[in-house]
Design a protein around this ligand. Structure first.
Ligand code: ZN
Length: 271
């Protein structure tokens, strides 16, 4: 793998938020007048909160539309605090998780969509891929964010990557070639930061400064009562990534950063 200098995106300064050119298609086109949009695909209800809530909030604050999809509620494997309650049931956990995620999504200006496929194990039937393709056709996302393809500690996160990646490829077709189905412009594909970055082969090359909306991520994390143990961890991760971002240009005003790995090439008019 070629080591490249990370890209740092800041709202209102540079990159995907303020560019007046579509990075895949060059000059501004008619399609660029529509609101930009972002799609997050997580295996479990709260995955988007820990790994991308700050970035989603940065984009919605800049006028983007954002949808966060949870393929499952994480009701069995990632709702730890709720299972400490005697007499707890799967259906009750799912109901609570839906409320939590709806509140978290609202805090960052996003729409929450639950596929409710079940977790540990998450299985993705063809119908689920088809549903995600339809959602992509409706949203026409500029950016898709999901898990890393490998995760030695989680049985469901790689499944979510496979679903998101397959849906993206079906939705965009064989770019430029006439198809039997409607296609969308190819979205840029990012991986969000996993819990164990090194073991998952995570190679961050894109850093998003979310300092200006950090309180929104705090609000979203606070909504996740079932996983309160992760709040401090991901707040500290944001602080650590901000320290790293200073090595490629962030100033002292940058306090919170989320890291991503861009996996699709960018087509630009100049460097
Ligand atoms: Zn998860």
């Amino acid at each position: 793998m070629i080591a490249t200098a990370p890209i740092r995106f800041r709202a209102g300064v540079e990159g995907i938020l303020t560019s007046n050119q579509d990075p895949y298609h060059g000059a501004v086109t008619a399609s660029s007048t529509r609101p930009r949009s972002l799609l997050v695909v997580g295996a479990h209800a709260a995955d988007f909160v820990w790994r991308a809530a700050g970035t989603v909030a940065v984009h919605t604050a800049a006028g983007w539309r954002a949808i966060v999809v949870a393929l499952s509620y994480g009701e069995r494997g990632e709702s730890g605090d709720l299972w400490k309650q005697p007499g707890q049931t799967v259906e009750n956990v799912k109901r609570i998780r839906h409320q939590e995620c709806s509140r978290a999504a609202a805090a960052i200006g996003a729409e929450f969509v639950a596929f409710d496929l079940g977790d540990y194990p998450l299985e993705a039937p063809a119908e689920a891929v088809g549903r995600l393709v339809e959602l992509m056709r409706e949203l026409r996302p500029d950016v898709v964010i999901t898990h890393t393809p490998a995760d030695p500690f989680n049985p469901d996160h790689p499944v979510a990557f496979a679903v998101a990646d397959r849906a993206r490829k079906i939705a965009m077709g064989a770019a430029g070639v006439a198809s039997a189905f409607a296609t969308i412009p190819p979205p840029r594909m990012y991986l969000f930061e996993p819990h164990h970055p090194e073991q998952c082969g995570f190679w961050p090359n894109t850093f998003v400064d979310y300092t200006s909306v950090a309180e929104r991520k705090e609000e979203a994390m606070a909504a996740m009562a079932a996983q309160s143990y992760l709040r401090d961890h991901y707040r500290e991760r944001g602080l650590q990534r901000a320290v790293q971002a200073r090595y490629f240009g962030a100033g002292p005003e940058t306090r919170y950063v989320e890291a991503f790995e861009l996996t699709t090439p960018r087509l630009v008019d100049g460097l």
